[in-house]
Design a protein around this ligand. Sequence first.
Ligand code: FAD
Length: 392
Amino acid sequence: MHALITGGGIGGLTAALCLAHAGHRVSLFEQVNEIGEIGAGIQLSPNCSRVLHHLGLQQALEAIAFLPQHTEMRHWKNAKFIASTPLGDTVHSRFGAPYYHVHRADLMRVLFDAASAVPAIALHTGARVNSVVDRGDRVELTSDAQTVEGDLLIGADGIHSTIRAALWGEAEPAFTGNIAWRALVPAERLPADLVRPASTVWWGPGRHFVHYYVRRGELVNCVCVVEKTGWEIESWTARGERAELEADFAGWHNNVQQLIKQADEASLFKWALFDRPPMPQWGKGCITLLGDACHPTLPFMAQGAAMAIEDAAVLAACIEKAGEVEGALQRYEDLRRDRTAGIQRGSRRNAKIFHLSGVQAWLRNRAAARAGGRTLDGLFAYDALSVADTQG
Ligand code: FAD
């Protein structure tokens, strides 16, 4: 089959690799000229690293990643340890795939280089897709560069998806009331024990602060989320002022203050977080959606990209099994809708839970400590490579 893909983000590139791996021809259209030089950290849990390994990317990922040993939740002011979940070898042996921390630009380079090396994948950059026409058993796509026909079209074009709008009409995503700051700190600027080999979340009233190593431990990625209104720009490239970030986390533990102080000036960005509720239906006929285009996911479970990667594997498996487009796309959607909707809702819930104060925060901390280390098992155990064989 000839698959057309709109969007060369993590989801679109992974879908291209999965489909080519299954023997199909792919034409991918990405609006920007240069793929992937933006963003900061991404956590890749075993449910998605399993797919990337299946695509032959293990070595390339090991060369760019940091392997965290555990998660840890801490009190915003006194650093008191609240709860932890093992990662590292425990997760790798239990789920057969590792938990990686990577720089987003490094991951994009790995995916882009892998896709560029596959003759069955044609990558068109600087090619914004403007319209699509469903012709029954064929689909026609018009980009800035050309008009092409394929057997199916995958809209992997993010939260403002052109393909979603073409199928279901324009609908703006809603501002969640949260701003995410991103910052990178060169590890050499920090005292040796300030950042542990962990995915650390500091929980505080109305805000939280996440940090972890990326790029083999050379950089510390910080994501700092604050409930705030009055600024609603959603962009990977909107710069922020250190003074504002310092004010947002005034009074927080000294480790957090030091990270903000030592952050690279050029790495300070802020992003207003938007989302949409789960969609009851994603695609129609031989057109479907994938990743943030159909289930934009807040970063509070670190699962948005993971869901896009899982989508890609399940979609390719459904096409391989059905051998016929419409049935395959329907099955893909049926297999994926509930899981992705659950992650969307869970991420929204975490936005509230992470930011509790007073007695509610105390109750949350006690529940988190009692839950022990197994709360992520259901998430990590999902095998996108075999779900089309085993379910339904
Ligand atoms: P996108 O990354 O949005 O890619 C869409 C692509 O389509 C873009 O390249 C865009 O240029 C292109 N495009 C759009 N319109 C068109 C068009 N008309 N024609 C051609 N091309 C088009 N997820 C995790 O799994 N782990 C994390 O740790 C994590 N941390 C995050 C931290 C922050 C601060 C944020 C904001 C998100 C985080 N996420 C994380 C979520 C993750 O970044 C997204 O879910 C993921 O990038 C979605 O990938 P995608 O390919 O579906 O969409």
